[in-house]
Design a protein around this ligand. Structure first.
Ligand code: KIV
Ligand code: ZN
Length: 497
């Protein structure tokens, strides 16, 4: 019989730490419910001491989900643990995740401390958290670079103090798979009482090895892995949930299994991507647009003869609905609601009406509306709160002419107009806009991506700008590429002002 691996999802904590990906509480609840449907065992809902918003999200997610354990992060500090416990008061199953850095780099430079002192603080934190909840997880931050002998002493001590789960994070994404696997094996063999706790992996992807390291950890005795949807997370991200779930499903010879309902993988991936305005790279394993697209003639021929020639996973197994209905201008509210339901998006009547209005407008300019389009509409509701709004925009460009644009802005109710030229229609529009707002920000990143297909496609623009040393993120979506770009730019400016 297969042994169970617990899936600990940290999309709403480590994933949400990504600049520009912040969600409001309502959106976090939506993601948490989708994670529950997906079958994750533990949802890390936030870091309550970090902000009132995070505190509130842990409270609301605790109320909203039924069976997964809800976890709150804290440092090995009493006031952090107090707040984590308070935020979890409505959780049916609550877990406090507390910990401290154990590598010499952390001990010396972060805490100006010693190994002995850090070990004592670790034990004190676990005992303190145990006053509130039975289920206490300890993390040895930067365990990837921590000396194995010392790490084993810490793990043994926190298990004695009552830790039910011990997390071994490769915080910097430094380890090689062999090295990380050997670390887990070392702990399994050298820690007295190791079987009284579950050992967890938490791997970052700085060197592109998060999934390989997680697998090495599981193959050597870890029985929980900490993951995020689409692998989002700090810097290069965390281990992707969908990759671990599908590796364990595809490799029948590995005697491990998860509770993941793999058919919910694709809808959950799209929900997180659209709510967080975080595009999924087309070649991303399992959930990228091209993950199952065979373009070479030899592959297409093979797949048509028998999908098993080149496909190790059936796209239906991850919830890719190859027969998904395409909506058009004639589709009613019920069809729209049904498609949103399939993706785990539940809207109240008022929001559904708003999205339906936008859907009809989009259907006027685009023949077929795909699931990605409607997810985009359901996620993009921030425009109404903006101080600066674009009333109208006209941009002209072409071969043998100088691109020119004119724009009308509404700034807190006052109307402004300007015109300018540029080296393209987007540049001309931004130059016109700058004449009104008189602010020059640097655009560091500007990504344009089609949502589904066709020349009438909806396009998404992600922009990162810098103003006085601070970074801001903006997002825009439209069937008009210039409009989407200006919307993204104005989104950034609104965040600055
Ligand atoms: O990467 C890390 O070490 C973490 C811990 C806080 C668990 O995210
Ligand atoms: Zn992390």
């Amino acid at each position: 019989m297969n042994e169970r691996v617990y899936i600990f999802d940290t999309t709403l904590r480590d994933g949400e730490q990504v600049p520009g990906c912040q969600l409001n509480t309502v959106e976090k609840i939506q993601v948490a419910k989708a994670l529950e449907l997906l079958g994750v065992d533990i949802i890390e809902a936030g870091f309550p001491i970090s902000s009132p918003g995070d505190f509130n999200s842990v409270v609301e997610i605790s109320k909203a989900v039924t069976w997964p354990t809800v976890c709150a992060l804290s440092r090995a500090v009493e006031k952090d643990i107090d707040l984590a416990a308070e935020a979890l008061k409505y959780a049916k199953r609550g877990r406090i995740h507390t910990g401290i850095g154990t590598s010499d780099e952390h001990i010396r430079y972060k805490f100006n401390s010693t190994r002995e002192e850090v070990l004592e603080r670790a034990v004190r934190a676990v005992k303190y958290a145990k006053k509130y909840v039975e289920d206490v997880e300890f993390y040895a931050e930067d365990a990837g670079r921590t000396d194995n002998e010392y790490l084993a002493r810490v793990v043994e001590a926190v298990i004695k103090a009552g830790a039910t789960v011990v997390n071994i994070p490769d915080t910097t994404g430094y380890c090689l798979p062999d090295e990380f696997g050997a670390k887990i094996k070392y702990l399994m063999e050298h820690v007295d009482g190791i079987h009284k706790a579950v050992i967890s992996t938490h791997c970052h992807n700085d060197l592109g090895m998060a999934t390989a390291n997680t697998m090495a950890g599981l193959l050597n005795g870890a029985r929980q892995c900490e993951v995020t949807i689409n692998g989002i997370g700090e810097r290069a991200g965390n281990t992707a949930l969908e990759e671990i779930a599908m590796i364990l499903k595809a490799h029948k010879g590995i005697p491990l299994e998860t509770n993941i309902n793999t058919k919910r993988i694709f809808p959950t991936s799209r929900l997180v991507s659209s709510l967080m305005n975080m595009p999924v790279q087309p070649n991303k394993a399992i959930v990228g647009k091209n993950a199952f697209a065979h373009s070479s003639g030899i592959h297409q021929d093979g797949v048509l003869k028998n999908a098993q020639t080149y496909e190790i996973i059936d796209p239906n197994d991850v919830g890719i609905d190859t027969n998904s209905i395409v909506l058009t201008a004639r589709s009613g509210r019920a069809a729209l609601k049904y498609r949103l339901d399939v993706h785990g998006v539940k809207l109240d009547e008022k929001k559904l009406d708003e999205v339906y209005e936008q859907f009809l407008r989009l259907a006027d300019s685009k023949k077929e509306i795909h699931d990605d389009d409607i997810l985009m509409l359901a996620g993009a509701d921030r425009a109404s709160e903006r101080r600066i709004k674009v009333d109208w925009l006209q941009a002209t460009s072409g071969i043998g002419m100088k691109p020119v644009a004119s724009i009308g802005l509404d700034i807190a109710g006052e109307k402004f107009e300007a015109a300018a030229t540029g080296n393209g229609p987007v540049d001309a529009s931004i130059n016109a806009l700058r004449q009104i707002i008189r602010r020059h920000v640097t655009i560091n990143e500007f990504t344009i991506q089609g949502v589904s297909k066709g020349s009438d496609d909806l396009c998404k623009v992600h922009m990162q700008v810098e103003n006085e040393g601070r970074i801001y993120y903006g997002f825009g979506a439209s069937t008009d590429i210039v409009t989407a770009s200006i919307e993204a730019y104005v989104d950034c400016i609104n965040k600055i002002v």
